[in-house]
Design a protein around this ligand. Structure first.
Ligand code: NDP
Length: 474
C-alpha cells in the first residue's frame, strides 16, 4: 500500500515537472531580440575579455603580478607595447602536443568509459541521467561520468609525480602562456563550429534561436544543446572537462612549482588547493544536479560558454595559485584559520542551500528542512497557450533568509581564496570582484525571468523574503 502511494506521488511529481517545463516554453533561454545595451556589452566582451586574460597572465610573468606597473610603463613611455609582446612566449609544438593530448584524453574519458562510480559510491548519482526538458520539448539524456574522469586523471597525475616521472608536475606552469594560445584556439574553434553547426546541421532545429545579429548569436549561441552523435554534449563536456578537471591539476602544478623554487609549499598554497579542490569535487559529485541549473536549462552554447570554459575559467579562476608562485605567502596561524573557516562556512552554505531547494522541488514539498515541514508560497503561471500551472517557492530554511543564499555561500568561499593570498597585491582579488558581478547579474537576470513567470505571486514571495543576498542589507 505504502509502495503504491509512493509510486503515485512520484508519478504526480514527474507529471507536474513535465507540465512546468512545458508551460515555461518561451519564457527561458536567451533573448530573441537584441537591445543596444546587450549588443554593446557583447562587443565589449568579445573585444576585451581575451585581452583581460592576457593582461593578467602577462602581469604575473613580466611584472611579478602587479596590475598597475605594465600600464604605468606604457603610459610613461618606459616601454612600448611591442616590447611586452616580444617578451611573451609564443605557441610551441610542445604546448600544442600537451594540450592536444589533454583534450583528447578528456574526450576519451567522457565518451568511452561509462560511469562505474555510482556502483560503489553510495549517495552518488552517476550513469545515464535525464536533463531538463528543452523549450522544444526534447528530454536529453546525459552520461554523468565527470567524477570518474576527475578521479582517473588525478590518480594518473599522482602516479606520474610519485613513480613514473614521465613529465614534471610543474609542466602546466612551465608552459602556461603557450598553453594559453592553445586554449584560445580551441575556444574560438569550438564557438565558431557551434555557430556553423547551428545554421547548417543543428542537433535540434526547434531549439535554435536566431536574432539576426551576428555578434549576439556568436556570443550567446544559436543551439540550445549541440551534440555530436548521441552522447557528445558540448555544454556538459566543455563546462566540466577540460576546464574544471584541469582546475585542480593547475593548482597542483603551481604548488609543485613553489616546491621547486623555494623548497617548500606555503600554507596559503595548501589552503587554495584544498578549498578550490572541495569546490571542484562538489561540482563533480553533483554533476547530475548541475543538469538542472541555469547554465544547462537556459543558456545556449556560444562563445560565452565555449571560449569561457576553455580560456576564462582555467586561466582566471586559478589566479590565486599563480600569484602564490610569484609571492609565496606564509600566513600566520590566525589568518590561516580565519581563511579556512570562511571557506568551509561558505561551502557549507552554498551546498546546503542548493540541497534544500533540490530536495524541496524533488519531493514537491514533502520533506523536512531543518527538522520541520518546509514553508512555501503557492504560485501559478500561464503557458503561452493560456493553460494555468502551479508551482511552489520555498520560504523556509536558507531560502527564508535570502532569495539567493546559495550565491552568498559561493561568494564567501570565493573571498576566502583571495584572502589566502594576503594583502600585498590586488590581482588575486580579481576573483571575488568577478564573482560578485557575475552572481549579482545572475540574480537580476533570474528574478526578471521569475517575475514575468509568476507575476503577483513573485511579488508575494519577494515580500515574504525581501532580501536577495544578505539579510537586512541587499
Ligand atoms: P539557482 O539554483 O538558485 O536556481 C534559480 C531557480 O530556482 C529560479 O529560476 C527558480 O526556478 C527556482 N527558485 C527560485 N527561488 C526558489 C525558491 N524559493 N524555492 C524553490 N525554487 C526557487 O540558480 P543557478 O542555477 O544560477 O545556481 C546554481 C549554483 O551554481 C549556485 O549555488 C551558484 O552559486 C553556482 N554557480 C557558480 C558559478 C561559478 O562560476 N562558480 C556560476 C554560476 C552559478 P523555477 O522557474 O523552477 O521556479
Amino acid at each position: 500500500m505504502v509502495a503504491h502511494q509512493e509510486k503515485k506521488l512520484a508519478e504526480e511529481i514527474k507529471h507536474q515537472n513535465m507540465q512546468n517545463y512545458k508551460a515555461s516554453q518561451g519564457q527561458w533561454g536567451r533573448a530573441w531580440e537584441v537591445d543596444w545595451f546587450s549588443l554593446a556589452s557583447i562587443l565589449f566582451l568579445l573585444t576585451f575579455a581575451p585581452l583581460i586574460v592576457y593582461y593578467f597572465i602577462m602581469s604575473c610573468a613580466q611584472y611579478q603580478c602587479s596590475l598597475t606597473d605594465p600600464l604605468l610603463d606604457l603610459l610613461t613611455g618606459n616601454k612600448h607595447l611591442s616590447e611586452i609582446w616580444n617578451r611573451t612566449p609564443m605557441l610551441t609544438y610542445r604546448a600544442a602536443a600537451i594540450y592536444s593530448i589533454w583534450v583528447a584524453f578528456q574526450v576519451f574519458l567522457y565518451v568511452s568509459i561509462p560511469d562505474f562510480c555510482h556502483k560503489f559510491l553510495s549517495g552518488y548519482v552517476g550513469g545515464v541521467q535525464e536533463g531538463a526538458i528543452t523549450p522544444a520539448g526534447v528530454m536529453n539524456k546525459y552520461e554523468i561520468n565527470g567524477l570518474q574522469a576527475w578521479i582517473i586523471t588525478h590518480v594518473l597525475w599522482f602516479a606520474n609525480a610519485s613513480y613514473f616521472h614521465f613529465f614534471s608536475p610543474t609542466i602546466i606552469f612551465d608552459n602556461w602562456i603557450p598553453l594559453l594560445w592553445c586554449a584560445n584556439i580551441l575556444g574560438y574553434a569550438v564557438s565558431t563550429f557551434a555557430m556553423i553547426k547551428g545554421y547548417f546541421f543543428p542537433t535540434n532545429a526547434k531549439d535554435c534561436k536566431f536574432t539576426g545579429n551576428f555578434f549576439y548569436d556568436y556570443m550567446m549561441g544559436i543551439e540550445f544543446n549541440p551534440r555530436i552523435g548521441k552522447w557528445f554534449d558540448f555544454k556538459l563536456f566543455f563546462n566540466g572537462r577540460p576546464g574544471i578537471v584541469a582546475w585542480t591539476l593547475i593548482n597542483l602544478s603551481f604548488a609543485a612549482k613553489q616546491q621547486e623554487l623555494y623548497g617548500e609549499v606555503t600554507n596559503s598554497m595548501i589552503l587554495v588547493n584544498v578549498l578550490q579542490g572541495i569546490y571542484v569535487l562538489d561540482f563533480f559529485w553533483n554533476e547530475a544536479w548541475y543538469l538542472k541549473t541555469i547554465d544547462i536549462c537556459h543558456d545556449h552554447f556560444g562563445w560565452y560558454l565555449g571560449w569561457g570554459d576553455c580560456v576564462w575559467l582555467p586561466y582566471l579562476y586559478t589566479l590565486q595559485g599563480l600569484y602564490l608562485v610569484y609571492h609565496p605567502v606564509q600566513l600566520c596561524t590566525a589568518h590561516a584559520v580565519g581563511v579556512l573557516t570562511l571557506g568551509l562556512l561558505g561551502y557549507y552554505i552554498f551546498r546546503t542551500t542548493n540541497h534544500q531547494k533540490d530536495l524541496f522541488r524533488r519531493t514537491n514539498g514533502n520533506c523536512r528542512i531543518w527538522g520541520k515541514k518546509p514553508e512555501y508560497i503557492e504560485c501559478s503561471y500561464m503557458s503561452v497557450d493560456g493553460t494555468k500551472y502551479y508551482s511552489k517557492l520555498m520560504t523556509s530554511g536558507f531560502w527564508g533568509w535570502a532569495r539567493h543564499f546559495n550565491y552568498t555561500g559561493d561568494l564567501m568561499g570565493s573571498l576566502a581564496y583571495c584572502l589566502a593570498c594576503g594583502f600585498e597585491h590586488i590581482l588575486p582579488y580579481f576573483y571575488i570582484v568577478y564573482m560578485t558581478i557575475l552572481l549579482t547579474h545572475r540574480c537580476i537576470r533570474d528574478e526578471h525571468r521569475c517575475s514575468s513567470k509568476y507575476g503577483k505571486d513573485w511579488k508575494r514571495y519577494t515580500a515574504a523574503v525581501p532580501y536577495r543576498l544578505l539579510p537586512s542589507i541587499f
